[in-house]
Design a protein around this ligand. Structure first.
Ligand code: NDP
Ligand code: HSE
Length: 428
């Protein structure tokens, strides 16, 4: 039986899942591929760290050359994370004529094009299904299954950690800090969870999705990013009173050849299919010109689900090796990048504010919206007991974003308004 040798870089959460699944399913996978699959070397930082899955300790190494320069290794799986080292290792692997599988969205969002060009030049595969939405097979769905349709918009809940935190705050009443700790102990969060909670991880995934869905070379600088660190339990509760759920949502939309990509905490009407995507689950909602609306849902992070995507990429590489067609399935953006004018963007908005509870203050507020011709869809007022302060929540009708923002600025500075914040609202 022919043998394929694999080198693994990184043996943390996802690496453990890959070794576990490869060991458990070895017989079935080998029969399917018609070859034996040997894990030859595993790069770690610390060989003495206790591991969660049984492995022959002789294959562990702390020297990257043992993996990258071994002529017998056909496929490298990169799971160390980070950018600089991962970039150098993958480049070296491709230059050494090895196929590569990675789950690294930080790297693919910033240097994906360069590495894909190198893969094409070396006639080797570079697959990265696990980099977006963990276990959901969304990248191949966009490039293969939906290839015939013209995609116009994507909405994604693509970060498991923040979705877990917001779900725990919404449904269990837990604090932000407790929910984050729990996401970290479950292995969803990045080594430094700042990139999760500040929206960078979701933005990187939206960059990768935008490349594949629209063939537009969006860069991280093009994405408008707001994380969840300022979302409070009160915001969630008052959104719920108006029939909405707060989620960290990524939106990528093309209009007249120009693209708008943003990641921000957003209110979804409770009836929207994305509103019930909870905990570490992810979902990508795709608007196709002909197919219409479809949603791809499942576990977006964690050891097992991510390992399934990584190993399925490995099998896809082996299939291509068997057919002698590695390096043929490389997608690089073909269209030009044009950012959409902010002034062309329209949305509904949720405004939450505290106002002095005294005669006339409410009409100052409604007069402002009337003057700006911003129409209100829902309004909720509640006194804060014993404080002469009113808690007010508003959902506007669809309005021009720039007009809304300038009106909000006026509102925030009114004498009767003590504090105010707003979120975007996605249509149902
Ligand atoms: P971990 O932090 O759990 O594991 C990283 C592993 O890489 C560890 O085994 C570590 O070694 C090793 N490592 C790190 N730096 C080096 C280095 N410089 N040299 C040698 N070994 C190194 O990360 P995850 O498994 O969570 O994530 C891996 C990748 O997968 C990342 O790109 C992440 O973004 C991505 N990903 C993660 C998901 C998840 O749910 N966790 C889901 C989807 C993608 P040691 O064990 O000795 O410390
Ligand atoms: N930290 C990431 C998340 C892991 O929470 O979604 C999966 O990419």
């Amino acid at each position: 039986m022919k043998k394929v040798s694999v080198g693994l870089l990184g043996f943390g959460t996802v690496g453990t899942g890959v070794v576990r699944l490869l060991t458990q399913e070895k017989e079935r996978l080998e029969a399917r591929m018609g070859c034996s699959i040997e894990l030859k070397k595993v790069l770690v930082r610390n060989k003495n760290r206790p591991r969660k899955v049984l492995i022959d300790s002789r294959i562990l190494t702390t020297d990257a050359s043992d993996v990258l320069d071994d002529p017998e290794i056909d496929i490298i799986i990169e799971l160390i994370g980070g950018v600089d080292k991962a970039y150098r290792y993958i480049l070296r692997a491709l230059q050494n004529k090895k196929n590569v599988v990675t789950a690294n969205k930080d790297l693919m969002a910033s240097y994906g094009e360069e590495l894909l060009l190198e893969a094409r030049k070396s006639k080797k595969d570079l697959f990265y299904e696990a980099s977006v939405a963990g276990g959901i097979p969304i990248l191949r769905t966009l490039t293969d299954s939906l290839a015939a349709d013209r995609i116009v918009k994507l909405i994604g809940i693509v970060n498991g950690t923040t979705n877990y935190i917001l779900s725990q705050m919404s449904h269990e009443g837990l604090s932000y800090e407790k929910s984050l700790q729990s996401a970290q102990s479950l292995g969803f969060a990045e080594a430094d969870p700042t990139s999760d909670v500040e929206g960078l991880d979701a933005a990187r995934k939206m960059v990768i999705l935008s490349h594949l869905a629209f063939s537009i070379p969006v860069r991280m600088d093009d994405v408008k990013i707001t994380g969840i660190t300022d979302v409070t339990r009160e915001d969630i509760v008052y959104a719920q009173k108006l029939g909405y759920t707060v989620k960290l949502v990524g939106v990528s939309e093309v209009n007249n050849g120009a693209i708008d990509v943003r990641v921000e905490p957003t209110l979804l009407p409770n009836g929207h299919p994305l509103a019930s995507v909870d905990n570490e689950n992810n979902a990508i909602y795709v608007y196709g010109s002909t197919l219409g609306e479809t949603m791809y849902y499942g576990p977006g992070a964690g050891e097992g689900p991510t390992a399934v995507s990584v190993l399925s990429d490995l099998l896809a590489v082996i299939r291509n090796m068997n057919l002698g067609v590695t390096g043929n399935h490389i997608f690089l953006p073909r269209r030009e990048m044009h950012n959409r004018e902010e002034n062309s963007i329209e949305s509904q908005f949720f405004v939450r504010l505290h106002m002095k509870d005294e005669p006339g203050s409410f009409s100052l507020l409604t007069d402002l919206f009337k003057e700006q011709r911003i129409s209100l869809e829902k309004l909720y007022q509640e006194p804060i007991v014993g404080k002469d302060i009113a808690e007010i929540s508003i959902i506007t009708h669809t309005t021009n974003k720039i007009l809304f923002e300038s009106s909000f600025d006026v509102l925030r500075k009114m004498d009767v308004v003590l504090n105010a914040k707003y979120y975007r609202v996605e249509r149902g």
